[in-house]
Design a protein around this ligand. Structure first.
Ligand code: GDP
Ligand code: MG
Length: 596
């Protein structure tokens, strides 16, 4: 298709504002998926995506659209909405000329609406403002059209009103995409350059790489080179998704499609990298390639130690599919052999863990997640700490932690509640703006460690669900951080060490020691449980020595749980872990790591 008949656009929105549903209606209206084959959130293909109702991987679909006599091809790129996957969103945006900015007409602008809008503006995209879900009785299109117009300029009347559910207004939206979004421009005769915006691993076909051609032309059976690594591969197939993969005679300027080379590892097809022809290679990449960087680390251990090789194999396979996942072997006294894994965020962690358990039939325990710390020693060496138990011994000059710039949107009645929460989490306010009379944007610098765990839940509960949050990395800052160790009979139990702010060390120590006292079975002798910062003990509990009538006189706690533990304990001595002289069933550690 000639570039002037192409339109490349993405749909951006806050989570749940209806991107995937609108995409469904477009697939139907343009006839690429017929009514019989249609199902909700058609493009969310992974089981986890369907169950959770969220989009994790970007998707690109080519749709025909006729306006008058002209037959256009529209490439729609559906993007993930969660902040963990912002990296993918920004790559998708770079492959488009325009964006449909979707806002739920019953909710108004939310934090990711803004974040995505800013990304779109950074990429010089033409933005089409659209209010969605106008079929809802609670919709207030007039009010939010005003809000949107205030934000991006222009007239409130320019906001289209649609319903992804009923299909109202979607035809007009497709016409508007053709009219407003510029067609792609590129050098058709220059060396081929295509940018990778996604790559997925397919069991049968190997890696499928999604690209947008910027200059030149890529043809079937051509030899291609990846600019960042200089690796070359033979193209086995080239085509477009419509939405099923359809081979074509190549891709030209502005076209979006897929490449298959038979390679098995997604790391060979790195999102953001530039593909060129091996025979007539381009020299300049399309954009700067950035390695996705894990932000949150956690230990993953098989509950059954003999599953370790299965876990290793499973991680290798998942990595083929997920370039952002990082892992290396880790040994824990309490949990045995496992892996230290790096993730983009907690949702990413949850998804990886769920996929490992589900697709590879594994039972796993994960240790409390932590961010990455930089520890500068007095001899000026700096250690990067991804595991609290690896916190260096010796004289520490400074500990630095990652910080983020957070944007919180909420109705103005909740300003006080939000500020209090941010202050409790060591936030520094950067600014505050009114988006409308009753809607505020608050900007803060916050430690990543304070925001990734339960911040969002807290924010939601303090604002009755009305606040939304977005954040982006903003470097590191020095902070008063200490490592708290948990000792069982004077031996450190590695899996429970944590790096926390000095003011929270005591609370962590008391909580952990108390939890362990509850679940560690009594021994022949008294077992002290201590929390310590360096050599200083900050909390202590005691597991009293065993008596014969122990079960009958079980003190406190949950008796059935203790019984279960003891039963499991009988199942086999191999699950007992020795911490010094103390024998502890692995289940006890697992229960202590659990969030109950
Ligand atoms: P996404 O997270 O932006 O992809 O949002 P989804 O498309 O998954 O939609 C989120 C929820 O809103 C789902 O329960 C949809 O059924 C619902 N929804 C989406 N569009 C509409 C609409 O136009 N009207 C109504 N009433 N509900 C909608
Ligand atoms: Mg979706």
């Amino acid at each position: 298709t000639a570039p002037n008949l192409l339109r490349n656009f993405c749909i951006i929105a806050h989570i749940d504002h209806g991107k995937s549903t609108l995409a469904d209606r477009m697939l139907q209206l343009t006839g690429v998926v017929d009514a019989r084959a249609m199902r909700a959130q058609y493009l969310d293909r992974m089981d986890i995506e369907r169950e959770r109702g969220i989009t994790i991987k970007s998707q690109a679909v080519r749709m025909p659209w006729q306006v008058g006599d002209a037959a256009y091809a529209l490439n729609m790129i559906d993007t993930p909405g969660h902040v963990d996957f912002t990296y993918e969103v920004s790559r998708s945006l770079a492959a488009c000329e325009g964006a449909v900015l979707l806002v739920d007409a019953a909710q108004g602008i939310e934090a990711q609406t803004l974040a995505n809008l800013y990304l779109a503006m950074e990429n010089d995209l033409t933005v089409i403002p659209v209010l969605n879900k106008i079929d809802l009785p609670a919709a207030q299109p007039e009010k939010y059209a005003e809000e949107l117009a205030n934000l991006i300029g222009g007239d409130p009347e320019d906001c289209l009103r649609v319903s992804g559910k009923t299909g109202a207004g979607v035809t007009e939206l497709l016409d508007r995409i053709v009219a407003d979004i510029p067609h792609p421009v590129g050098d058709a005769d220059g060396p081929a350059r295509a940018v990778i915006f996604d790559s997925v691993y397919d069991t049968y076909r190997g890696v499928v790489t999604y690209v947008r051609v910027v200059d030149g032309h890529l043809s079937p059976r051509e030899r291609i080179t990846m600019l960042s690594t200089r690796a070359t591969h033979d193209l086995l197939e080239i085509g477009v998704s419509s939405p099923e993969p359809t081979p074509t005679s190549g891709l030209g300027v502005g076209e979006v499609g897929y490449l298959i080379t038979g390679v098995k590892d997604v790391r060979q097809s790195r999102v953001g990298d530039t593909v060129t022809s091996a025979v007539k290679p381009a020299t300049e990449p399309v954009g700067e390639y950035r390695e996705p960087r894990p932000m949150v680390f956690s230990g993953l251990f098989p509950i059954d130690g003999s599953d370790y090789p299965v876990l290793r194999d499973a991680l290798d396979k998942l990595k083929l599919n997920d370039a952002a996942l990082a892992f290396e072997p880790e040994t824990s006294v309490a949990l045995g052999f496992g892996f230290r894994c790096g993730f983009l965020g907690l949702l990413h962690l949850e998804i990886v863990r769920e996929r490992l358990e589900r697709e590879f039939n594994l039972d796993l325990i994960s240790t409390a997640p932590n961010v990455v710390y930089e520890v500068e020693m007095e001899d000026r060496t700096t250690v990067r700490v991804t595991n609290p138990s690896g916190f260096p011994e010796g004289k520490v000059m400074e500990v630095r932690e990652p910080v983020v710039k957070a944007t919180i949107l909420c109705p103005s009645e909740f300003i006080g509640a939000v500020m209090e929460l941010c202050q409790n989490r060591r936030g520094i306010q950067l600014g505050m703006d009114y988006l409308s009379a009753d809607r505020v944007e608050l900007r803060y610098t916050l430690p990543l460690a304070e925001i990734v765990f339960d911040f969002f839940d807290q924010l939601k509960s303090r604002t009755r669900g009305y606040a939304s949050l977005d954040y982006e990395p903003a470097g590191t800052q020095a902070a008063d951080l200490v490592k708290v160790d948990i000792l069982l009979n004077h031996e450190t139990v590695d899996a429970f060490s944590a790096i926390v702010h000095k003011d929270k060390a005591y609370a962590y120590g008391v909580m952990m020691a108390g939890k362990l006292r509850e679940i560690i079975p009594r021994q022949q002798f008294e077992v002290p449980i201590q929390a310590a910062v360096g050599a200083r003990v900050i909390a202590r509990e005691t597991v009293r020595a065993l008596r014969k009538d122990m079960l009958a006189k079980c003190y406190g706690g949950d008796i059935t749980r203790k019984r279960k533990l003891l039963e499991k304990q009988k199942e086999g001595k191999k699950r007992m872990k020795n911490i010094g002289r103390v024998e502890v069933p692995q289940e006890a550690f697992i229960a202590a790591l659990g969030s109950e």
